[in-house]
Design a protein around this ligand. Sequence first.
Ligand code: ATP
Ligand code: MG
Length: 269
Amino acid sequence: MSLFVNPAVLEQTFLPKLLKFREEQHKYLAECIKPIFEGRSGSNLLISGPSGIGKTACTKYILRELLENTDNIMPIYINCWKRDTSTKIISEIARKMDIRLTEKIFSDELFDRIIERLGKYDGVVFAFDELDKAKDYDFLYRILEDVPYKTVFLITNIKDIVTKMDSRLLSRMLLEKVEFRPYNFEETRQILFERQNYAFAPNSWDYDASEMVMRKAYDARDIRTGLVLMKTAGELANNENAPKVLVRHVEKAMEKFENLGKSKLDDFV
Ligand SMILES: Nc1ncnc2c1ncn2[C@@H]1O[C@H](COP(=O)(O)OP(=O)(O)OP(=O)(O)O)[C@@H](O)[C@H]1O
Ligand SMILES: [Mg+2]
């Protein structure tokens, strides 16, 4: 019998119904897009902070709410690690807007088609995640110039990314800033405990093993570390038909990830 009842909850793509301890940030992001509902442009926001503390989750949460509440404002989320040039980003926006990319057309013309298509909406909310991985910012310039009613969220680990941006871009953006701080121990524990309860059958975790995961995630100041450890330790316990996840499973899972950086972790979650 498997210890997992709902393993999808531990995946990176899983977005919880409620995002605990991010109420303030959620409110800030919501305020930024509010003017679009009133026929104006919203505020543009730089969201920064270290890894695994809910920047992406909070942004996607807002975009999901938008999608659920209106058909008139278009949410567009782009991961700039996966699409790291303006050409790729513009193509991805076109793809998301169902603009067919059959013939080879230049970015400029493609962008014109995007603008035309966006004209059907009251506004657009763009989120450019992992922005520090983008190799150029021409796409931003075009969006700021040509999309009338919008909010742009820029998400990054590196706060001073703005120092690399052209002053003409910055003066068009008037970026507000919000910095996400890591969760404290109790918050880390509650977030991970909730995920554990959804993902695993009741009583699947030895208390000490569970605390070890929470502690490790808190030490790393990274929820993702906790999720990866939980998933891996759970799989190890499952493979040996153990009745519970024990400390030794967590220790083994920790050995596996000892020397891995964030990009590697992402491959696992
Ligand atoms: N408040 C929270 N409640 C529930 N889950 C959370 C919360 N904050 C973060 N998480 C979960 O932790 C994981 C990491 O969060 P997220 O992907 O948002 O990190 P990030 O800050 O964007 O990190 P990075 O800079 O590495 O991209 C996700 O699986 C997310 O669902
Ligand atoms: Mg992220």
